[in-house]
Design a protein around this ligand. Structure first.
Ligand code: BT5
Length: 263
């Protein structure tokens, strides 16, 4: 059996990741955590895998990663009321914490591509470093829990990137050396926990999340299930929806999850 640096991982303090399950290989950490959440798993449980056989993206897309190279994990939250607000803000702050962890762990500046990608911007170009998949679980007809799944490309060599996606990048590809995955995860969990506690004490991460978003004010293409629209990504509203200004001057709002965005 392969020993992973995560086999004996434990958070020394804090609640996020105190219950931690490492899986060498699984279908999808989001799927496994959903099943455990339905059986009553505690808030703060984290499941991490070195390999996923059916990792999901949004809109039925796939998330691929060579085994042992990445951070592939999911977090369980039980957002308090108002659930929709708390859940969307929790997803936002996971994005902010991911930016912070990458800055602290690899010295890289990243931005968030609406709604939930972590990218590196270069002149007129961009590369995707991580993706987040946020899913709500129901119980008795009511929203009951939130799962935030994260795939962060850490030590994927340059030559392995193009088979994942034409614009994929990794920390290794960006900085030229491996980055310790345990320390990176630990930093992310610490940052997230601090931000969740601030959220629950009344802080709204929206302004900080807006400031971290790439492409505001730029012309983008919004891919809907049946059509594509081009317009200016003017802003995000209080729900986190993208506000697009169309060439005729009208505005359309796109809730998180419905569309895919391209420069
Ligand atoms: C996402 O979806 O970016 C969300 C990805 C979430 C993955 C994590 S891994 C742990 C947890 N368990 C899961 O099953 N999922 C979560 P989306 O925005 O739909 O992007 C998917 C697209 O990104 C694909 O269609 C590819 O084009 C591209 N892609 C796939 N793997 C990639 C990678 N490793 N790096 C960069 N791009 C990738």
């Amino acid at each position: 059996m392969v020993t992973s640096e995560f086999s004996h991982y434990r958070r020394s303090d804090g609640w996020l990741g105190r219950r931690f399950i490492y899986l060498e290989r699984t279908t999808s950490t989001n799927e496994v955590l959903r099943r455990l959440a339905e059986e009553g798993a505690v808030e703060g449980m984290v499941i991490l895998a070195d390999e996923q056989t059916t990792g999901h993206g949004r809109l039925s897309r796939r998330w691929e990663a060579p085994p042992g190279t990445s951070l592939l994990f999911s977090l369980l939250f039980h957002p308090p009321e108002p659930f929709a607000y708390q859940a969307s803000r929790t997803t936002m702050l996971c994005g902010l914490a991911l930016c912070q962890a990458v800055a602290l762990g690899a010295g890289l500046t990243t931005s968030l591509k609406w709604p939930n990608d972590l990218i590196i911007e270069r002149a007129g170009d961009w590369r995707k470093l991580a993706g987040m998949l946020s899913e709500i679980g129901m119980a008795g007809g009511q929203p009951a829990f939130l799962i935030v799944g994260i795939g962060l490309n850490v030590n994927i060599p340059v030559e392995g990137l193009s088979q994942l996606s034409p614009n994929a990048t990794s920390l290794l590809a960006e900085i030229g050396h491996d980055v310790g995955r345990v320390a990176l995860l630990d930093t992310f969990l610490q940052q997230t926990e601090v931000l969740v506690e601030r959220l629950r004490a009344g802080w709204d991460p929206l302004a900080q999340w807006r400031a971290a978003l790439a492409w505001r004010g730029r012309t983008v293409r919004v891919q809907l299930p049946a059509e594509a629209l081009t317009g200016v990504a003017e802003d995000v509203d209080a729900e986190g929806s993208l506000v697009l200004r169309l060439p005729d001057g009208s505005r359309r709002c796109f809730p998180v999850g419905d569309v895919s965005l391209r420069l």
